[in-house]
Write a protein that binds this ligand. Structure first.
Ligand code: UDX
Length: 462
């Protein structure tokens, strides 16, 4: 293990840095933010994205998904001339020494990662590798431990004995959706995984001026650090959700309890917010992946299975709260504020709302959905819901509450807090709120006359 301090002296100056050309394969959350961030820092960055529709949008300077400040930084990097989107992977393989792999690794039905995009990238790269120049391939996609080693082996296979000079690194990305640009420039740590120390200088040239410690480990250790970090965050969330359940039985307020727990420096308040469960493209996927990994290696995955079960049970608990609050669900209009898995993003992958909707439809409710950014993705990805007569999707928060019998809050946009609750009280038929993220100002909300229920506070009517 080597910390950056020992390496700083070898770092080249910033003029030399600007000569470094970096290739990025895949312009999803990680790839696009990394590309824009590195271009902003002065590197020349070439990006290949195989989805032509997305590539064309990016060439025009249009961000293909919502992320705060992304659009601004995209235009800035394009205008600076440091960022270029290319049509062929060969263009970046030929001209860049550093090639980042940021392709997707969705989870398959058997709960293991789908490595086909990585395999395809390895093949493409192998086809275009020059035999006389060294290339450093950096895996940034979220992958199971051991992937970097596999990737190198696969490239050699596809090269079929041709002269090849590549090294592999694993530099996992820890950015959060909704804070991606901020997190890129302000990481807590930079983990550089290498199996051949000769490339450390090449990599620290890129990372030396980030305001974070650099930890140098093996590629497999880097991959495990990423997986275990996300699973630790999931564990914290399921832990606090469990404690919130017992708070409801004991008549305690989880906000007081979690503050008391989190003020211990060893524990901390971050990721101790109770709610209706974690979603998104990373935490649920990595939890499945670690369970599969433990089973494959014959290590007991009991801890992570419990974390998963607690998370899955959140929707049942929420349904129980809804039933208890409404007494009869059939024929009721239920407003759902929240489609994305959290505030700050239009990403709806593994959003708890998607699990809630079928339960409510089965009970015979009419649903009105509102989200500040995610309605578009919802309509595109679930066309069957768009034409379902029992579901209405609105673009206006007040319209979503007209004649409603209940508002269920499933994600944590600031906009909800700032809504005019006097007006909403008048618009609703029965003014009841179930706040699945404890976001609304309490007890102020009671002054408007609402029946209001939150997570981890005694359930009796307030
Ligand atoms: C996560 C990791 O935080 C990030 O480091 C990694 O690179 C990618 O995966 P992200 O998926 O963007 O980031 O979301 P995150 O902010 O971690 O939230 C995940 C889920 O947990 C959300 O549904 C959120 O609402 C929920 N959550 C988060 C809680 O329920 N309680 C909390 O205290 C924090």
């Amino acid at each position: 293990m080597v910390l950056l301090e020992e390496k700083l002296e070898r770092v080249k100056d910033s003029e030399e840095k600007k000569e470094i050309k970096i290739g990025i394969v895949g312009a999803g959350y990680v790839g696009l933010v990394t590309s824009i961030g590195l271009a902003y820092k002065g590197f020349k960055v070439l990006v290949f994205e195989k989805n032509k529709e997305k590539l064309n949008l990016l060439k025009k300077g249009i961000a293909p998904f919502y992320e705060p400040d992304l659009q601004k930084f995209l235009l800035n990097s394009l205008n600076s001339g440091n960022l270029e989107f290319v049509d062929e992977i060969s263009q970046l393989v030929k001209s860049c020494k550093h090639i980042y792999i940021c392709v997707g690794t969705p989870i398959k039905e058997d709960q293991t990662y789908d490595m086909s995009f990585l395999d395809a990238a390895a093949k493409e790269i192998a086809n275009h590798l020059p035999s006389n120049e060294q290339k450093i391939i950096i895996i940034k996609s979220t992958v199971p431990p051991g992937t970097a080693k596999w990737f190198k082996k696969i490239i050699y296979r596809y090269r079929r004995g041709k002269k090849t000079n590549i090294e592999i690194a694993s530099i996992p990305e820890f950015l959060r959706e909704g804070n991606a640009i901020y997190d890129f420039f302000n990481p807590n740590r930079i983990i550089i995984g290498v199996d051949n120390k000769s490339i450390i200088d090449d990599l620290t040239q890129i990372y030396h001026d980030f305001p974070a410690p650099i930890l140098i480990v093996s590629t497999t250790e880097a991959e495990l650090i990423k997986l275990a970090s996300n699973c630790f965050l999931s564990t914290k969330i399921s832990f606090i959700n469990s404690i919130s359940d017992i708070c409801e039985k004991l008549g305690c307020d989880i906000e007081n309890v979690r503050t008391g727990i989190g003020l211990d420096n060893r524990i901390g308040l971050d990721f101790l917010k109770p709610g209706i469960g974690f979603g998104g493209s990373c935490l649920p996927k990595d939890l499945e992946a670690i369970i599969s990994l433990f089973k494959e290696k014959q290590v007991d995955p009991i801890l992570f299975e419990a974390v998963k079960k607690i998370n899955n049970d959140r929707i049942t608990l929420l349904m129980n709260k809804i039933k208890k609050a409404l007494w009869n669900i059939k024929g009721k209009i239920i407003t759902i504020w929240g489609i994305s898995f959290k505030a700050g993003t239009d990403d709806i992958r593994e959003s708890p709302t998607l699990k809630l909707i079928p339960h409510l439809l089965n009970e015979g409710a009419y649903l009105v959905l509102y989200d500040p950014k995610a309605t578009h993705n919802f309509k595109n990805q679930f066309p069957q819901y768009s034409i379902n007569p029992n579901i209405k999707i609105t673009e206006d928060i007040y319209e979503s509450t007209v004649n409603s019998n209940l508002i269920v809050i499933t994600n944590d946009w600031e906009e909800y807090k700032k809504a005019d609750f006097f007006k909403i009280y008048e618009l609703m038929e029965t003014p009841i709120i179930i706040d699945g993220r404890n976001i609304i100002n309490y007890p102020e909300i009671l002054e408007y006359g609402f029946e209001y229920y939150r997570i981890g506070v005694i359930y009796e009517s307030t």
